[in-house]
Design a protein around this ligand. Structure first.
Ligand code: ADE
Ligand code: ZN
Length: 338
């Protein structure tokens, strides 16, 4: 292999775990704060970046929710989403499935409609102008109540055609899947696909319960699965996708450093692992940077990288025909690099 990083750049990719609010770069945060007359507790972009010094998931979430307060108008949501789409273009992402957290905004009096239309219009333009396809997944905040999740599900129904599925994010520890069993069951009845963050900081019971009680199709993170042979076996047999986010795991101290990250072990075991950027504005880089950090520290082969990239397309919620077209485009690049 001439240059593995060149190969990574050239490969068409899909992203399955990206919080759109986590793509809000400090520069845009300042611009929106000014535009909307909102005070933020930083004077410069450098100061913001210094504050991004996390010790665990909660220490990140506190800053992330504070940052989202600058988002007020439909145009704000459009601008944030469009900026992320430009990063997709740069990183050769052909398809992206993005999360948004309606409650982060509706709690502050921003309407569901403002949020969803801002995001959707940018994604429509991404398809029209750049040929990038996408899906939108709405997440319930697990630190809030079951009742609030039901309210949010209800609010989403007029916009159901624009939302492919529901997810579960925010503070994992102390907010187990069981708390959302009923609302996930109801979401399924409405035709939503189901995913959930599980086994990011939480132990294997969070993954098992997300599978058994919430009936999810993909596990977001899932890296703690390594602690149970039985669960590893099950994930392998059922080929349940794991949307792993390496930079996030390092920044939130789930692993001490990239060399300690278990992605290669998960992959070698035969799990359906994918690489994703989670909250790239907060975790020092987008999709390609996640791959670069991995290959700089872990002996991933060219075959491993191709497998990771194909797993993402195969595990996406894209219609089958388009999936095959995208995978063909991956194969074309692979052949050139033989
Ligand atoms: N919300 C945004 N990023 C998250 C993460 N990594 N885990 C849980 N909730 C999140
Ligand atoms: Zn996440």
């Amino acid at each position: 292999m001439k240059d593995i990083k060149e190969f990574i750049k050239k490969l068409p990719k899909a992203e399955l775990h990206l919080h759109i609010e986590g793509s809000l770069e400090p520069e845009l945060m300042f611009k929106l704060a000014k535009r909307n007359g909102i005070k933020i507790p930083y004077k410069t972009v450098e100061e913001v970046k210094e504050a991004y010094n996390f010790t665990n998931l909660q220490s990140f979430l506190d800053i992330y929710y504070a940052g989202a307060k600058v988002l007020i108008t439909k145009q704000d949501f459009y601008d944030m989403t469009w900026d992320y789409i430009l990063k997709c273009k740069e990183d050769n992402i052909l398809h992206t499935e993005i999360f948004f957290d309606p409650q982060t905004h509706t709690q502050r009096g921003i309407s569901f409609e403002t949020v969803i239309f801002g995001i959707k219009e940018a994604l429509d333009d991404a398809q029209k102008k750049l040929g990038i396809s996408s899906k939108i997944i709405m997440c319930f905040l697990r630190h809030l109540s079951e009742e609030k999740a039901f309210e949010t599900l209800e609010q989403s129904l007029p916009y159901k055609d624009y939302i492919i599925g529901v997810g579960l994010d925010s503070s994992e520890l102390g907010n187990p899947p069981k708390k959302f069993e009923k609302v996930f069951n109801e979401a399924k009845e409405h035709g939503y696909k189901l995913v959930a963050h599980a086994g990011e900081e939480g132990d294997i019971s969070y993954i098992e319960d997300a599978l058994d009680l919430l009936h999810i199709e993909r596990i977001d993170h899932g890296v703690q699965a390594i602690n149970s042979e039985a669960l590893m076996q099950r994930l392998k047999e059922e080929q349940i996708p794991l949307t792993v986010c390496p930079n996030s795991n390092i920044e939130l101290k789930v692993f001490e450093n990239y060399k300690q990250h278990n992605i290669k072990q998960l992959l070698d075991y035969g799990l359906n692992v994918t690489v994703n950027s989670d909250d790239p504005a907060y975790f020092k880089g987008y999709m390609n940077q996640n791959f670069f950090n991995l290959v700089d520290n872990i002996p991933l082969t060219k075959e491993d990288i191709v497998k990771l990239v194909k797993n993402s397309f195969n595990s996406s919620f894209i219609e089958e025909k388009l999936k095959q077209e995208y995978i063909k485009r991956v194969d074309e690049v692979v052949e050139k690099y033989e």
